[in-house]
Design a protein around this ligand. Sequence first.
Ligand code: ZN
Length: 325
Amino acid sequence: MIVIMISAPRRRALTALTAVGASAALVLTAAACSSDSGAGSGSAEGAVVTSFYPLQFATEQITGSALPVTSLTKPGAEPHDLELAPQDVAGLTKARLVIYADGFQPAVDDAMAQVDPSRVLDIADAASLTLPASQDGHDHSGESAAAHAEHSADDPHFWLDPQRYAAVAKAIGARLAKDDPAKAATYAANTDAFVAKLTALDGEFAKGLASCRSKVLVTSHAAFGYLAKRYGLEQHGISGISPDAEPSAAALQEISDLVRNEGVTTIFQETLVEPKFAQTVATSTGAKLGTLDPIEGITTESAGKDYFEVMRSNLGALQQGLGCS
Ligand SMILES: [Zn+2]
């Protein structure tokens, strides 16, 4: 039921097409060429179109097999700087429902102007995006004001906090039930089951991170603010909220000093972005590199086949890197 279109890898989609993925990609590209923009599928007539992986995954869990669900961001593409071709935007207007998070992907925000508002669900309110985008432990003096403003005012990474993700799932379930009353009971039951799994995951994180040698979480891109807040950690992002933002020399120095002063032993890089700056900090401080996945997409290189598996991999990496017992 899921339409996944894979076009040629772009700049940041380095991990998308491994040897394993390449043959599948060739077949799919031949079947349905999209623009080389990171866009996954814009021509989902009658489908529920979601803007990126966590919204796609939640929606699939809730619809079961009742409705086709697609994602605008193809697997392996970095979603922050998604670009949409005119045909992608035109496709959006044929969707049954478009589910997105306002303020996360500028191209999607722009496209919403052309979609009937009665067929759009913005989950930004349900996600209660209370952390400002700048709250990543270092200032943004190295960025231009325009580059910073582009990130939007709020940290969008709600799905890395299972409680926020559950609230979003409930909003999606309620909306699907409202639009399709005949299947309301199914959507409600599926939502409850999904929320129960998120609640269990939340419990595992709370328990697993309760007793750690260090609470200082140094990450390559500041995607883990809500997770850190939920479980009492202190996040310091090297690249800020968007992995595109290049840290200044002063910001790198500041992070390196923090790593030394706090005795941080692990710098966490992420899966979709080259570890250049994390590597710089690790090399200059003698810290090790660990991997945390912000789960903005699942690829063959992800440490699991879905959100839950990758979150549990993240928990293991955090426990090891922070010395949790
Ligand atoms: Zn991100």
